[in-house]
Design a protein around this ligand. Sequence first.
Ligand code: PLP
Length: 364
Amino acid sequence: MIPINRPILDKKEEEAVLNTLRSGELTNPTYQGGKNVAFAERALAEYLGVKHVVLVNSGTAALQAALLALDIGEGDEVLLPSFTFVATANAVLSVNAKPIFVDIRLDDYCIDPEDLERKITKRCKAVIPVHLYGYPANMQRILEVASKHNLFIIEDAAQSLGATYRSKQTGSFGDLGCFSFYPSKVITCGEGGAVATNSDELANRLRMLRNHGFDAGGLVKRMGLNLRLNEVSAAILSSQLKKLNYFLEQRRKNAEELSRMLDGCGAVLPSELEGRRSNWYLYTIRVMSRDKVLERLHKSEVGAAIYYKTPIHLYPHYHSLLGDVKLPNTEQAAAEVLSLPVHPALTKAELRHIAAAVKSALSK
Ligand SMILES: Cc1ncc(COP(=O)(O)O)c(C=O)c1O
């Protein structure tokens, strides 16, 4: 089966891991973090064009830390799409805030700024736009709505490292931007996450939140957790960061080649609106009879996958908390989307095989 995504690691990561193991410093419970953590934070901040990056041990931890840093909690509401990985909403529940689900647009699968404005209540403190599939949400409109209604913006850029909106990196627009380095992502360190911000104050809070509330002087100044990234993972991350641009070029080439081969096949193909550049984390098409098409692709050894078959508002846990929510575009997308592999490890022959399999699956 051609996998939808897979981590690409080589001798560089092996060396980085061995060097760290031999150094004996596997983690560092200080405000600044260990040498590898600090090094990767600087490299990522430079790449993103932001003042601070604070590494944590997952994308979920990044979202939780972001919400806690903004003092969002009981009695607050947070706007977010339902068409995302459940971690986005779980992070909101984890701080005892209430998720308010907003519909998406079908031309970018991201939060619909018009529906966002309609859903705002007096209790709304923040919005979490998700750059789904590595495709940038409409940040200009989201920034306008957030500023008009005094909302914080926490970007969920878990999938979108390297994607840009008007030449600026996703994750660098909001008050805080959250990233994931889970193995399926464009770069990985096993488990890991990051929060990007231009605010000194928020960066300080994040560093305390990551490490039991200790401030730079070693005093506990607020509630904190253990959200630290270990030194072995940070070493892998620095090595992966050096390859990021190459990985993104390969993904783009594969996506463009796939679009060329699938032109006119009857599926709705992904495209880039003006000013928005995807990182091609996922190449997502929309088709009728999606589940049958998926079955045929699996029979042809193409590891196509559905992100996401169940929108969060329809999961029993969320439904019992929030009751019926109507999100027509979300439900349509959930019934029709299908993602195809475009990761950098694909061979030309595999790409041709994927395109042929899609055309054949659609013509039956
Ligand atoms: C959109 C989105 N948000 C949040 C997360 C959570 O990241 P992690 O798996 O690193 O906790 C993921 C990743 O899986 C994701 O895709």
